[in-house]
Design a protein around this ligand. Sequence first.
Ligand SMILES: *Cc1c(COP(=O)(O)O)cnc(C)c1O
Length: 495
Amino acid sequence: MELIYRSTRNANETATASEAILKGLANEGGLFVPDELPKLDMSLDELAKLDYREVAYQVMKLMFTDFTEEELRYCINSAYDDKFDTKQIAPLVHKAGAYYLELFHGSTIAFKDMALSILPYLLTTSAKKNNIKNEIVILTATSGDTGKAALAGFADVPGTRIIVFYPKNGVSPIQEKQMITQKGDNTFVVGITGNFDDAQTGVKKMFSDAEFGAYLAVNGFQFSSANSINIGRLVPQIVYYVYAYTRLVADGVIKAGNEINVVVPTGNFGNILAAYYAKQMGLPIHKFICASNDNKVLYDFFVTGKYDRNRDFILTTSPSMDILISSNLERLIYRIAGNDANKNKAMMSDLTSKGEYTITDEMKAELVDFYGNYASEKETAETIRKIYVSDGYIMDTHTAVAATVYEKYMKDTNDQTPTVIASTASPYKFTRSVMNAIDGAYDSRTDFELVDELNKLSGVKIPQAIEDIRTAPVRHTTVCDKEDMPLVVKEFLGI
Ligand SMILES: *Cc1c(COP(=O)(O)O)cnc(C)c1O
């Protein structure tokens, strides 16, 4: 049976999986969601015998029903290959009382690789299936990690171009260097004088600008998105929750059917939403523990039922979570509103006009599986240092936000359920903040000296992604105001 995707803002706008992947965003700013979440049709015990690629196939075949088996296996096998530095793709590491699901073994050393290494294949396959002749322009806003992972995925992919907007002063030095040294004739990287929300809003505006869309079409282009608003990003993220669960079964930590918790360092709400979808597909998850940094909009939301972005945007040492408008929360709102597009749309227009909306008590009751909390900058640094000292394990700042929140959750509940913490970036990507957390004296060193020091302390091999940028020349220097984003796009496309 074909799974239908529908806009969260208009019940009459539907798409097949491949159409939804191609479009990225629905009209009027809506997001595509599946009408229902299909149940896993292989038992958890059987899934525990499979490797990452096979688990990926078992999940994706249920969600991308208009792809043939051959097409899906081609996409999966092309994505999850030796671009990853371990055959396990997403290893599960038991440290300090939790299971760290290391999602950073891909080519740009952040969890975005888990989805962005397959998205180009899903997208070009979707284009072929739908007889699209236009060149596809991937328009992306990034808080640092999506940009590089999308650039790496789409560089020199025929029939595509990619434009990435990042907040000029809102990413780590290594993140910026990774992006502005990107190779590939079809790549374009732009710093904007604004924050991530400005970049994301600017990109969404271009998507919903029908006139702009028509102008592109006349010139042989069409937009798509590599942000987690694209269902082609979200579905590959369901896979690693199923995989992590089945590793715990395979290792005898749990029996098939037992519950686990997941802790997710959250920004745009894509990663944790994928865990929520995994549960709806039948994966036994007890709590979704949503970890925020000082930009704790989501924590406040889970406590009060009011989403309120009217507050200062705080730059933290976990920049990929410096977000006040968590786009994918809309998919959850739609679901807890009983899949009611009108109800959801009203709340989203409140968010645009007033910067806030409040859910009903009935909707709030649907959120019992979620627990929200946040970590301050000081707590985050302390966690990095503490777990380094106790276990010799060095984690990045985002993962440390999650580990801190897990500690708070344990204090609040004493829940002994085995818990998987999504480890979303390599510590090498946020070397300065990580090393400063361990010892303030490191701050006088250069970024690459710190890389070598981190290597000495952790004994973890320096990733190729870091070696690559030590000497790479800068290829992208464009900076623009947020108002000028459409101009920059036209210029790059030569139209
Ligand atoms: C993107 C990112 C996050 C946030 O993930 P969302 O899916 O946006 O919630 C957390 N940590 C790192 C390292 C990231 O790159």
